[in-house]
Design a protein around this ligand. Structure first.
Ligand SMILES: Nc1ncnc2c1ncn2[C@@H]1O[C@H](COP(=O)(O)OP(=O)(O)O)[C@@H](O)[C@H]1O
Ligand SMILES: [Mg+2]
Length: 407
């Protein structure tokens, strides 16, 4: 393809917020018309909100005016065109070492907190239950300091950990996460992270478990979160509201679990932005597993565009019913289907957890905040499934979880 660089649309490096939200090949060019860098983006605007070469390019920009030119193209042409353009223009910076801003940000965390988003595009597959099980188990049986962040407007994790009454009180006091985002839209500052974090939550009164609550009001603003950008005169990135709001607190925890809504909208993206891992709970039936390739692909694209550390920690089978033919078949086929997703994306494979959480009434009942119990084993192990108490499945899950995080 013959392209005259001067004929391509371009903006100066400083005006990169005005880049269009399209898929494109981009070229960073200096005032001598030397091509500094060539890359591809499935969304040019998002790609340049944080680019791994930004620090370096800003330094060059101080000496010679740097601009970003782009060529709009179809997603499926990106890979090929990127290779062609690199071959044609021999950009000066491609394949040279780079310092990663995100790594710097992580290394500032004294205790290396691990942040995990729990995601699936389907509701009812056990996202919230898995979040609560892992959080309570790690806090009570492994003495880990754990924070649960509830990003789902359905507020199920919040209600499971503090009950409906305390949730309503917190929301009235404007200390649920909705208010963190709403403050940015309205120019107010009601939300205060120190007041919002609820220590010692769950009916087990776990001193190591804390909660940042969600609110049903999220539904009213979830489609307006992108407006935060221009409402703040481009000072606040709508994808980093959560990160800027809570990052001073993260170092206080060993594990932070984010219970995400069943979509990949702006609220979920705020969770992905600060996560080291994402974990996918699924019922092993066709309907529940349908959207998994899309989740993995979208998050890995996002990871690349935004230069994020996030990786897939694995897939957890939930609500497994050994009586169901569909579940048995699904369970047998799941590992191969999951592996194929990673092969097709040319990324390292993530595991399917060996621990399979069985369908059991007692597990659903354990999510009731009002239940009168005092120990973890009482809460999760009131009945047996096969030859094991239900709490043993949760402990096995937590053990496996730690093993995968460490590896
Ligand atoms: N292992 C299980 N056995 C029985 N019921 C379960 C189990 N896991 C979750 N449930 C129930 O299934 C419903 C959906 O689970 P939930 O964790 O809220 O899913 P999600 O967060 O994905 O929407 C809830 O009523 C929950 O109590
Ligand atoms: Mg849920």
């Amino acid at each position: 393809m013959d392209i005259e660089l001067s004929e391509l649309p371009s903006v100066s490096l400083n005006a990169r917020q005005y880049l269009p939200a399209c898929s494109a090949i981009y070229m960073v060019i200096d005032s001598l018309n030397q091509v500094l860098y060539v890359g591809k983006a499935s969304n040019l605007q998002i790609r340049w909100q944080r680019h791994h070469r930004l620090e370096q390019l800003n330094d060059i920009d101080k000496k010679m005016f740097v601009r970003i030119a782009w060529l709009v193209c179809e997603q499926n042409q990106l890979d090929k065109l990127e290779v062609d353009f690199i071959a044609k223009y021999s950009p000066l910076l491609n394949n040279t070492p780079v310092t990663k801003e995100k790594e710097k940000w992580k290394s500032e965390m004294i205790n290396m907190t691990t942040v995990i988003s729990i995601i699936n595009l389907k509701g009812g597959v056990g996202k919230t239950t898995t979040t609560i099980q892992l959080a309570e188990c790690l806090a009570s049986e492994f003495s880990k300091r754990v924070l649960v962040i509830d990003l789902d407007p359905q507020t199920n994790a919040t209600v499971a950990l503090i009950g409906e009454e305390s949730w309503e009180e917190l929301d009235q006091q404007k200390q649920t996460l909705f208010h963190l985002f709403n403050d940015k839209l309205e120019g107010t500052s009601f939300f205060n992270i120190d007041n919002a974090i609820q220590p010692c939550v769950s009916n087990l009164k776990l001193s190591y478990l804390s909660l940042l609550s969600s609110s049903i009001k999220f539904i009213d603003i979830q489609d307006r979160i992108s407006e935060i950008s221009h409402k703040s005169n481009y000072c606040i990135n709508p994808m980093e509201v959560l990160k800027t709001g809570i990052h001073s607190q993260l170092k206080n925890y060993d594990y932070v679990f984010i219970d995400c809504p069943p979509n990949l909208g702006f609220i979920t993206i705020n969770g992905i932005e600060i996560s080291d891992y994402f974990l996918i709970p699924t019922i092993p039936d066709t309907l529940s597993t349908y959207g998994i390739p899309q989740v993995v692909k979208t998050i890995y694209n996002f990871k690349k565009d935004r230069n994020l550390p996030i990786e897939c920690l694995g897939l957890i089978m939930t609500k497994y019913s050994s009586n169901s033919n569909a579940h048995r078949r699904g369970k047998n086929e799941l590992s191969a289907r999951f592996a194929k997703i990673f092969q097709e994306l040319h990324i390292p494979q993530s595991p399917v957890f060996e621990t399979v959480i069985p369908q059991a009434n007692a597990t659903a009942e354990a999510m009731e905040f009002g239940a009168n119990i005092s120990t973890f084993r009482q809460k999760y192990g009131r009945s047996k499934c096969g030859d094991r108490y239900l709490y043993e499945y949760v402990i096995n899950l937590a053990n496996e979880f730690i093993k995968h995080v460490i590896n």
